[in-house]
Design a protein around this ligand. Structure first.
Ligand code: BGC
Length: 492
């Protein structure tokens, strides 16, 4: 009995010692953890830094790659795809045209009545979400789904849209993926981006696939123009403003198009267009340079993606990826610095659980107690009772990631301005440059948009920035495709 008592006493003493050690360790761990989160944040800030000098190097690299991509097929990571759009809308287009805009997670169908000088008379549209399984299924399933939604839309065409008798409906197809165009109304898919992955479709003619699906669904319509969303946005922007010569999309994915002199395209073997100009779809999402401030988070995001090694620029600046980068940083902070307590919140391990709209909402939280941040962490990640200092760290991570993305996008624009010779004031002559912008990231993430615009100003200087204007061309890509269907109409 006595022995037992002694034993218990020894065990009790040991337990007390162990507990004391544990508390001491915990205290040390807690304070070292605070330091650790701050360290991770500092390291992130340093690695994501984009001083103007670096951005200028990136812009120069973009210009160099643009030249290389125009010079020969495969000459650069930038595809610099010829769009076959050499006549942008003039404002005289007339008639009813359809557009189908397949961009990312949604697609839109539009009907537009163009009234010549009186402009766009009516538009109607429907927006449909693409079921995720179709993004990785078969070409037939994807195109049949699109055609079935298009059929529904066509079937309720109201009488105000007037199609001359005997005339077939015409469609402009905005297909927002890299396509090697063979003509204005045909082109083969080079690769998928933005979470789509249907291998069978690579190398197939996008227009032929849609035409077959439309026939099966009994839709009497012809596809008069196949365009990238950047090209559609440029066309839609030009219709509104004759100084538009560049279009940039910052949405789920990112890309840019601009008007190039036909002689500056050595790889162009066709007859030079009468206008002497050609719209180039850069596919800038695939840009890569040793100057890009890549971090471990970018590298793992890329390695885990459906297209590793590709679309590196896009993965740093576009809406599909910003929220995921944020999640990765928070996961490391949770794991190594116990940012959210002793255990790592399980939901934080789910890829793509944090989307960019939520990141934007947290980043823009102006409440004193960062309520939006607290609620988002609770609702999306199941993390409750976060302290103000934790919330502040989250906001700072959002800020670092969004700032880097927006500043890099501005550097990309500077690269285009350089290629076009519009980056300096020469002999007092300054052409007006209007850039049509589209995409949910640019439209809705105010902090990102402001940062991009301020950075462009910083890069080009006060004088030149007075001659450069960014305009939001909301849904320009859909309207632009309808306009291009009109200017390439078989009846014109
Ligand atoms: C695609 C481009 C597209 C851009 C914006 C990218 O992922 O490769 O073709 O223009 O997203 O939608």
């Amino acid at each position: 009995m006595g022995k037992v008592t002694v034993g218990v006493a020894v065990v009790g003493a040991a337990a007390v010692c162990a507990a004391a050690a544990l508390i001491a360790r915990h205290r040390m761990r807690s304070s070292s953890l605070c330091v650790k989160a701050a360290d991770i944040l500092k390291e992130l800030e340093e690695k994501c830094a984009t001083p103007a000098a670096k951005l200028k190097q990136i812009a120069d690299a973009m210009t160099v790659e643009m030249h290389a991509g125009l010079a020969s097929e495969g000459g650069s990571k930038l595809k610099m795809l010829i769009s076959y759009v050499d006549n942008l809308p003039t404002g005289k287009e007339e008639g009813v045209y359809y557009a189908l805009d397949l961009g990312g997670t949604n697609f839109r169908v539009l009907r537009v009545q163009l009234g010549g000088k009186s402009g766009i008379e009516f538009t109607e549209f429907a927006e449909v979400t693409i079921p995720p399984q179709l993004m990785i299924g078969t070409p037939e399933a994807l195109f049949d789904y699109i055609a079935s939604e298009l059929a529904k839309f066509v079937s309720d065409e109201s009488e105000k849209f007037w199609l001359p008798p005997g005339r077939q409906r015409e469609l402009g197809f905005t297909f927002s993926f890299p396509v090697m165009q063979l003509s204005i109304d045909s082109g083969t898919l080079i690769r998928w981006t933005k979470g789509f992955s249907i291998d069978e479709m690579i190398g197939r003619d996008v227009v032929a696939e849609l035409t077959t699906a439309m026939k099966k669904r009994g839709i009497d319509m012809s596809i008069s123009a196949l365009v990238n969303d950047t090209v559609g946005t440029l066309a839609g922007g030009r219709y509104e403003n004759s100084d538009v010569c560049i279009a940039v999309i910052l949405g789920t994915g990112s890309n840019a198009a601009y008007v190039e002199r036909a002689q500056a395209i050595p790889k162009w073997h066709g007859p030079h267009p009468k206008s002497g100009e050609m719209v180039i779809n850069m596919e800038w999402g695939n840009f890569r340079s040793s100057h890009l401030p890549l971090t471990e988070y970018d590298n793992t995001l890329d390695a885990e993606s459906l297209n590793p090694g590709e679309q590196i620029f896009e993965k740093m600046i576009a809406g599909m990826y910003l929220g995921e980068l944020l999640r990765k940083v928070l996961l490391r902070m949770a794991d190594e610095a116990a940012l959210f307590g002793e255990t790592v919140p399980p939901k934080l391990k789910t890829r793509f659980i944090l989307r960019t709209p939520e990141m934007s909402a947290m980043h823009h939280d102006t409440s004193a107690d960062l309520k939006v941040v607290g609620n988002t962490l609770k609702d999306i990640l199941g993390i409750s009772d976060t302290s103000l200092s934790t919330r502040k760290i989250v906001v700072e991570v959002c800020n670092i990631i969004a700032t880097r993305g927006a500043r890099l996008a501005a550097a990309g624009i500077l690269g285009i301005l350089k290629k076009m010779g519009r980056d300096t004031v020469r002999d007092g002559e300054v052409p007006k440059t209007v850039i049509a912008m589209d995409g949910g990231l640019y439209e809705h993430y105010t902090g990102y948009r402001n940062c991009l615009e301020n950075t462009l100003h910083e890069l080009v200087g006060d004088q030149l920035s007075q001659h450069i204007k960014l305009i939001l061309s909301n849904d320009g890509s859909g309207i632009g495709a309808a306009l291009l269907a009109a200017s390439h109409s078989r009846y014109v």
